[in-house]
Design a binder for this molecule. Sequence first.
Ligand SMILES: [Zn+2]
Length: 292
Amino acid sequence: MAIINSDLNLQSFYPADLEIYQIDETDDTIFIRMHSRSKSCTCHKCGTLLDKHHGSHHRTVQDLPILGKRVMLDMQIFDYECCSDTCKSFAATEAFDGFLSYNSRMTDRLEDFACLLAIETSCEASARIMRSMNVKISGDTIIRLLLKRYSKQPSEICGSIVGVDDFAFKKRQSYGTIIVDEITHRPVAVLEGRDGTTLKDWLKQNKHVTTVTRDRASAYAKAVEEILPDCMQIADRFHLHQNLMDAVNKVLGREIPATNAIPVESDISSGNGENLSTSLEEEGKKNRNDCG
Ligand SMILES: [Zn+2]
């Protein structure tokens, strides 16, 4: 049997600047007490590298649970003084890149897990699952986390060839318009409504667009025509295919009889084949008349 080294160094799961000095445990919670040893930090407002301590404070932060026990970090961390032209004697609380964001009450890895779970399920389902793992969190908190992350995302760069289509926020009640960069295949904007009004506003801000693929709805065609008259409009392949299939279906419905009799071998060998062809033609004419 392989020998397992049981020496688990908890400190290795935390930034080197956060030194663990005590661990306490109750029935359902592990308290990890640590203090900062940092010598500098970056101001979250102006980005200046700061090296002058202004003071320190306690912060309680929740981390990923350990074997079903809630993990709370009791942290003594520094405030740094920022004297830049932008901040002017501002006390900046330190953050730890990739571990703890400015003023956050949860570690980044716990937030990552909550958000990932919410995207795969829903905010409320994510909160329920996490509570079953002894993480203290609500669905509203997860919504706020997702919104915060969304607001920090850099805006998508939009190319000159875009696709426009509608979608339902809630079927038969509210609809939106999505714009996708056709080169990167990434969505670049989600707009309210599908009557073309919001698309016009968006096009006014994106006059570099030269080509738009769209569905058969006239609202988008008019919006593009009005704001970017020189823009090439292309009916997308899906809708061209849909048009073609509609036309083929109509022709087939009109030209092919509703029922077709299959000649049996005895009819053909006994010389009745000619009579059968005649009767099928008559049947076809009758069906065509029935179908209009
Ligand atoms: Zn600053």
